[in-house]
Structures are given as C-alpha cells and as structure tokens.
Design a protein around this ligand. Sequence first.
Ligand code: DP6
Length: 318
Amino acid sequence: MGKMINITTQASPSLALIKYWGKQNKKQNLPATTSLAMTLDTLHTTTEISFSQNKDVIRLNGIEKQDDKIIQFLDFCRKYFKTDHYYTLFTENNFPTKAGIASSASGFAALAAAVNAFENKGLDNKALSALARRGSASASRSVFGGFTLLKAGAREAIPLENKDYWPELRVMVCLVSAKEKFIGSREAMEASRTSSPYYSVWIKSSRSLCKHAIDAFYKKDFEKLGWAIRQSYLRMFSTMFTAHNPIIYWEPGSLQIIQTAETLRKNGIAVFETMDAGPQVKLFYLEPDEKQIKKMILQECPDLNFMICSAGKGVRYL
Ligand code: DP6
C-alpha cells in the first residue's frame, strides 16, 4: 500500500549575498567558504515523487531526462534511508532551469524533502538540510526560509532570521538570457580551485567579507551590506576569469545591467548587484526605491524580463 503514495513538495532558490564557491571536501560536498543567503519567494521548484518499478524516471519541466547529479543523489538517499526503492520524479521550475538562478538549490531541497516524506522518515529541517547538501550545497540553505548561513566545512545550513526580518528588502532577478549554461557550477568551481592563482585569496578574503556582511545585516546597514554583496560576487568571478581555461558566464546584457546599477548609485539610489554561475544579474534594493529602479532599468534595457522577489519560505509539503 505504501508504494501507491505520491508526495509533492516545493522549495525556492537560495540567493547568496556572500557566495559559496569551492569545496573543502568533494566527496561529502562540504563548502570551502561561508555563504550568507536569502531564500526567495515568487520562484519555486515543485517536485512530485512516486514509486517506480526498476529504475529512476526523471521528468524535468515535462521532458524525460537522465540527470547524473539527480541519480547520484537518489543513490545516496537509498543508502541513507536503507531502501532499494526507485522513484518517478516530476519536477517543474517556474523559472528558467540551469541558467544561474540557483535551480539546483530549490531542486535538491524539494527533492530531499520529497524522498524523506515518501520514505516516511520524518527528518527535521536540520537533517534535511544536511541531506540536501549532498545534492547541492546551496540546497542546504533552501530548506530554510528567510536568511541563512552555510558555514565553511559545515554539514547543514543555519537559519539566521525568518522571512519577515527585513520586509523592505527586494531582489530584482534580471533575465539576461534563458540559455542553459555551458558549464555547470560544480565543474566551474573545481576549475577555479585547481587552476586559479586567486583561489587562495578568495578563500581567505571571504572570511572577513562574510563577517562584514553579517554585521551589516544585523545593523540593517544596507550600504555596508551592499558593498560586501558586490565584493563577494566580483571576487568569486575573479577566480573564474583566471582559471585555466577561463570561465566567463557574463554576457553583454549582464554588463549593461551592472552599469545601470552603477548609474543608479551615482544618482544616490542604493542598489547592489550580484551574479551566480550564469549571465543573470540580481539587484538588491529597498522597496521605497523600486519605482525609480524599474524606470531606469526599463529605459536602459527596454526588452528585459525580470522578476521581483522578497524573502520567502523554506521547503514545504503540498
Ligand atoms: C554561484 O550549490 O550549485 O550559486 O554544491 O556543486 O551543487 P554544488 O554547487 P551549487 O553552487 C552554487 C554556487 C553559487 C553561489 C551560492 O549559491 O552560494
């Protein structure tokens, strides 16, 4: 009877203000830097899990896929939960997949919760966060809503503040391109680690940067936090630009938004950009400035698609 069940979960992307980039331990997928992140609302991955006869079947946005990262994770779950079940997964994102909007964060958080519920294991969020990390380290943050910290070398993320902590804080996710990325974040961070001369500086300097950001976060000093947000993504990308071979996710449209943010700051508007493993640019700002920011962005990039997010909820069972 238990095998007839069908469970649906949902999780949202975890956008890092201070980035995780590089691994301390590859096998266990432990991060090399401490990341500070915000779980977004508006965007989500929905995953439905049911029983499958003799192999895992994965449908991503309606298309059947043989996704190695997902299969490896399911293999880990089978060992972890001591089961020989195979699964059928239906996974849908309401945003472009694999284009650098942290679809693996929401995806593995939703998946870890789905397997946990399907196997009736009742893991709490801390254990779920550690399990999700096996799929993607950023997914350990997506298990929790609001603001989270994933410490260097940690097995699970820590919830810092809930989604209502800073109600004016917004993120505009600018969709520069919906193409799938040419190199996954896992491979890209490994290339940075093994071949960029700046990698060690990245690791060392991200410690003080994160302290600076946490301090600003608790003081709600947006200018101070914004400075750290920009430094973090720019230092992270420096390790990619200088990897062998260099990795450049940026597109002309990305730079156009970065420059528009600079113009807005020169006009006294506090807006701070970040980017992840893809060409999309995400702008942090406070709600009272939204009108002016939208106006300038649409003036500079009239065809741009964007989504506006606040801090959102952690993983949920539907
Ligand atoms: C740039 O969590 O996707 O988004 O653990 O190898 O699956 P794996 O990597 P992943 O990397 C995310 C990197 C980032 C920064 C961040 O979210 O902290």
